[in-house]
Design a protein around this ligand. Sequence first.
Ligand code: ADP
Ligand code: AMP
Length: 215
Amino acid sequence: MVGAPGAGKGTQAEIISHRLGVPHIASGDLFRAAVNDGSPLGREVKRYMERGALVPDELTIRVISERLNAPDAVDGAILDGFPRTRAQAEALDKMLSQRGAAVAAAIYVEVGLDELMRRLSGRWVCRGAEHVYHEVFRPPRRPGVCDFDGSELYQRPDDRLETVRARLERQLPPMYEVVDHYTDRGVILPVRGDGTIEQVTEDVMRQIAQPARRG
Ligand code: ADP
Ligand code: AMP
């Protein structure tokens, strides 16, 4: 899943991974877990994340490659937030081709800037498993508590306005290169991300059914 910060990648990846029965692998979630553990990886990535910068490619590729080697990912995965640069996309192609696999679809969730700001400023996530909420568009049943695991909800420090601006400024140009990369390979599937969560899911499901029909 490719898209700007706040486009709804994580929200959709969570739903679609359940529908397809494959794991949801989010690079941002892996990095936040490392930061929370206080591991050497966490200490290394924290300084990039808090500035809204991308974590260096080499490190990011290593973390994702290890995760993709886990047994639950043998039949595929929904990758959310990775790849975010052309070098990451090329590394992923290589990783997959070594197993006789390839990226089946790059779902590109497109959302306008004003809506991204509304989504990021109202986002709350749970401490237990990073379930995603929005104070207006996807409120939890009980304020401040996750519907699924009862854990506390918090606002990500990088969703503060100055960091959001830095993330968009630094991360959108390389994201467009990733979009170009998958466009050139004929696997880009653009979806309108500005509908309701349910509308976007249905659009994604329709789009991913199409290559299978063509094939
Ligand atoms: P990303 O993973 O792309 O950064 P998220 O999935 O975390 O984005 O979504 C960002 C915020 O927008 C969250 O608060 C989420 O609840 C909300 N959101 C996601 N999709 C929609 C949608 N289609 N309409 C309204 N709000 C949405
Ligand atoms: P996210 O949860 O996807 O918004 O990611 C949070 C932060 O983690 C980003 O702002 C980056 O600092 C870092 N990050 C996540 N995924 C990547 C990636 N593929 N490449 C580099 N940095 C990443």
